[in-house]
Design a protein around this ligand. Structure first.
Ligand SMILES: Nc1nc2c(c(=O)[nH]1)N[C@H]1C(S)=C(S)[C@@H](COP(=O)(O)OP(=O)(O)OC[C@H]3O[C@@H](n4cnc5c(N)ncnc54)[C@H](O)[C@@H]3O)O[C@H]1N2
Ligand code: MOO
Length: 400
């Protein structure tokens, strides 16, 4: 039986880093940066005002804290004015937020502390010298790394890229991932169910998980437990894919279609991993394309994707942090776990305390949908008391 880490390494080895491509900023959301991006300009690019008010010499207006000071307004500087007129002694400039600070000014008096005068202003109070000034380069200097390789590109990162004048970003191509469910009991949602049939749900679950991990999923129409149909469906689509994920047909039954189809074909190896759920696993290549065969129980498919596929996809995409956030939490109640298997129980964590959501059964998809974390119980732990500390892996729901 493989350890979790051994199977993780086998899956990682299947997925090489994806090639780089350049994408316009407007379509880079959700991608991950392939190379460092250096700031071509400093931020702020020039000394400027943090307030609407009056740029002044503190030596001339500081006394307004005790008694009002009246001074002529020599210039009006809206944001976007590009000529810079130095501040002459004995004058102030009316200035707006973001407008360039005139040389000579060392304080901006907010308009609220004045009478708002246009030609002459009465300054009634004054903050300390140096207040409300934004200095060139205090956020980032030109030539510094603005975004480092491996950073996910969210709202703040895209905002920064635009702020330093970037128009395109280097990212890694999204992997094209085929998802194929197997099982003669499966029926498409919306169709009537005969006794013994169930709605096919894993392809939706896995395609969404692929997308969330940064891949481009393509759901193939599910197939019954029939080797010929399975291989025909796979072969029609495999060329050009970066990965095929299958669900079902990998345990010990009489009709294990995925196992049977790939026996003697390609390099897919089947075996057990010391974990629950997600015991039966397979990984290898077929026609040179990486293939990962997940167990069919919906919770097993989900947990297997989380533990093996998601980190491998994210590593291939270049993420600096391919794994989910893992944090300690106190157990709200006691739990038991099988010896020799790492268990990934479904949990709900809040305020540092985690409650188990449903039992360990890998068919409990409704409970999975209410969980926001996986509770990780190590292989050598069989019992834990309420209050014991465990590691929890935060899954999607936790991050909203
Ligand atoms: N004798 C043994 N039986 C089983 C073992 C074992 O070691 N020895 N392992 C068990 C474990 S653990 C798991 S997990 C499952 C894995 O089985 P398969 O990967 O072969 O999956 P199936 O038998 O096809 O399905 C299992 C279960 O999940 C339902 N299912 C399958 N596909 C879908 C789908 N696309 N959407 C919704 N539900 C799906 C299926 O109806 C079954 O109930 O094997 C155990 N048995
Ligand atoms: O290991 Mo199976 O994946 O329990 O449910």
């Amino acid at each position: 039986m493989r350890t979790v880490e051994e199977h993780q390494a086998a899956v990682d080895a299947l997925l090489p880093q994806l090639p780089e491509e350049s994408v316009p900023l407007a379509t880079a959301h959700g991608r991950v940066l392939a190379r460092d991006v250096v700031a071509a300009v400093a931020l702020p690019g020039f000394d400027n005002s943090a307030m609407d008010g009056y740029a002044a010499r503190w030596a001339e207006v500081g006394a307004a804290a005790e008694v009002a000071v009246r001074l002529p307004v020599a210039e009006d500087i809206p944001a976007g004015r590009t000529d810079v007129v130095p501040l002459s002694p004995g004058t102030v400039h009316r200035i707006m937020t973001g407008a360039p600070l005139p040389p000579g000014a060392d304080v901006v008096v907010p308009v609220e502390l004045t009478d708002g005068g246009v030609d002459v202003v009465e300054i009634r109070d004054c903050p300390a010298a140096g207040t409300h000034l934004r200095r060139a380069g205090e956020d980032i200097a030109a030539g510094d790394v603005a975004l480092s390789a491996g950073s996910p590109l969210g709202a703040a990162q895209l905002g920064l890229a635009a702020a330093v004048g970037v128009t395109e970003l280097p990212v890694r191509r999204r992997p094209r991932v085929l998802v194929l469910s197997t099982g003669s009991e499966l029926v498409a949602p919306g169709e009537p169910l005969a006794p013994g049939q169930i709605y096919e749900s894993n392809s939706l679950l896995l395609a969404a998980a692929v997308e969330e991990a940064g891949g481009l999923p393509r759901r193939l129409h599910f197939v019954p437990d029939d080797v010929d149909q399975f291989l025909t469906t796979v072969r029609a689509e495999l060329a050009g894919a970066d990965l095929l994920i299958t669900s079902g047909g990998v345990s010990a039954g009489a009709y294990e279609v995925v196992k049977d189809a790939f026996a003697g074909l390609g390099t897919v190896e089947f075996g057990k991993v010391a974990m629950q759920p997600g015991g039966p696993q397979g990984a290898g290549t077929v026609d040179g394309v990486p293939v990962i065969t997940l167990p069919g129980n919906p919770v097993s498919a989900f947990v297997s994707f989380e533990v093996f596929v998601r980190p491998a996809l994210r590593r291939a995409l270049g993420y600096a942090a391919p794994h989910r956030l893992r944090v300690p939490a106190r157990l709200a109640g006691p739990l038991r776990s099988p010896a020799g298997r790492r268990q990934f129980l479904r949990g709900y964590v809040e305020g540092g305390e985690v409650s188990q959501v449903g039992g360990p059964g890998s068919h409990l998809v409704a409970h999975l949908a209410r969980a926001n974390c996986l509770v990780v119980v190590p292989e050598d732990v069989t019992e834990l008391a309420a209050g014991a500390e465990v590691d929890v892996v935060l899954i999607e729901g936790a991050l909203r």
